[in-house]
Ligand binder design. Structure first.
Ligand code: RNT
Ligand code: ZN
Length: 423
């Protein structure tokens, strides 16, 4: 592949800047705006959600990672290395999202109900060294105590207690991450609980879930350190008939408890989109979390691509000035391709969508809409699709010292050769 010519990138940017100016869009201001929006990179793409516990982990109950592309990270050090390399390919402000499975268990196994900051101090130190904020997730799957398919809503009090203790332990860890790194840690709770076949007592399971969540969230932490989110789902493999933590359940729970809802792009009916849900959620709650993913026929967690729904998600955030109210987390895991490439392609797509959203003359479009000038709105929206936004994106990459265009693939292939192939 030919080499990128820096002078041409700059020239193309200048031409693009002039074109956007004609539409009343200031490209420099647009870049400054989307640069300030953090995106949280999920650690679990690096090893297909396996984690570092001995004997436990992996996807079970409701989620599934497929593929055996060589080179997945097997230790914390390998995962740190892979993340560090990936972060050199991503422009802008990144956070890293850690699952409880990924603790440091080198000094011995610790039960999920007993984990503490000692198992995560390495993550915090690593994040500080790399100038990153951290987010966190309790892991309610890949464990014998979740084998029944039920955790916080289990009819078995012992099982519920174990997972409540896990949730409590995780909130303490998350708050400590936020405190030490001086940026609130978003802790997202997703549980797999659901019925394979038609239940007779959905309500009972949901009542138990409320009680468990209330117990888990009892301890108070400053929002300066910890922000709690709860993630709903429509169905999972093995939980086709009823998911206890449904959308309505968590919407009610979050609004009555002052928590954030987490909208995962793959957790709704196939024609239902989360871009349409953001404004409604934020009219009633103050902040939300997104799990940007790509469902293909089901909640398959494919690598995010630059498609219409991704653009709609980004545009909804920027059009409504929700820049600080929507926490953007990524949630995909594909083990069939190079995992650094998966991270890079998915995250760069997210960032591109934010870039393009920032290059919109929104006020102008809104005026047209208010005057029922639907013709003008359609014409301008279509025109915007082929405006030279890629020139702005390339320039953004160049000025943020990350590879422009396909150059990032060269870096990944070199890393595959020198590091991954030795695993
Ligand atoms: C599962 C949820 C959940 C997980 C991660 C690993 O359906 O989307 O967010 O993907 O926590
Ligand atoms: Zn998710």
């Amino acid at each position: 592949m030919g080499k990128i010519n820096e002078a041409n990138i700059r020239k193309a940017y200048e031409l693009a800047r002039d074109r956007y100016k004609l539409l009343g869009v200031d490209t420099d201001a647009a870049m400054a705006r989307f640069e300030a929006i953090p995106v949280s990179l999920h650690c679990w793409q690096g090893d297909d959600v396996n984690g570092f516990e001995k004997g436990f982990g992996g996807t079970s109950g409701g989620i599934l990672s497929t593929g055996n592309y060589p080179g997945r990270a097997r230790t914390m050090e390998e995962l740190f290395g892979d993340l560090e390399k990936t972060l050199t390919l991503l422009p802008g402000k990144m956070r890293v999202n850690v699952h409880a499975l990924y603790g440091d268990f080198s000094k011995g196994a610790v039960g999920r109900d007993k984990i503490a900051i000692a198992q995560f101090q390495k993550w915090i130190d690593w994040a500080r060294r790399n100038g990153l904020g951290l987010d966190f997730n309790p892991s309610f799957f890949g464990h014998p105590m979740a084998a029944s398919g039920f955790t916080l809503s289990s009819p078995d009090a012992k099982v519920r207690k174990f997972w409540i203790d896990h949730g409590k332990a995780c909130r303490r860890i998350a708050a400590e991450m936020g405190r030490q790194l001086k940026t609130p840690c978003v802790m997202n709770t997703w549980i797999p609980d659901g019925f394979k076949d038609i239940p007779v007592d959905r309500c009972g399971a949901r009542k138990r879930l409320i009680k468990s969540l209330d117990a888990m969230f009892e301890e108070q932490f400053s929002p300066k350190y910890l922000l709690d989110a709860v993630e709903s789902k429509l169905f999972g493999i093995g939980a086709e008939s009823c998911t206890v933590g449904s959308n309505e359940f968590y919407m009610g729970y979050a609004l009555t408890r002052g928590k954030m809802v987490c909208l995962d792009a793959g957790h709704f009916h196939p024609t239902e989109v989360i871009s349409d849900k953001i404004s409604s959620c934020l009219l009633f709650g103050s902040e939300i979390l997104l799990h940007v993913s790509r469902p293909v026929r089901w909640d398959s967690d494919h690598v995010v691509i630059f498609d219409d729904e991704l653009q709609n998600i980004a545009s909804e955030i920027l059009r409504n000035n929700f820049d600080r109210k929507v926490h953007i987390g990524l949630d995909f895991f594909d083990g069939t391709i190079n995992r650094l490439a998966a991270w890079t392609i998915g995250t760069r797509s997210m960032l591109k969508a934010l870039c393009k959203a920032a290059l919109e003359p929104t006020a102008e479009l809104r005026k047209m809409e208010e005057k029922f000038n639907n013709t003008g709105r359609l014409a301008l929206l279509e025109e915007l699709k082929t405006m030279p936004f890629a020139a702005v994106w390339d320039f953004y990459c160049l000025t943020h010292n990350v590879p422009v265009g396909m150059d990032y693939m060269e870096e990944i292939l070199a890393y595959e050769k020198s590091v991954l192939s030795g695993r």
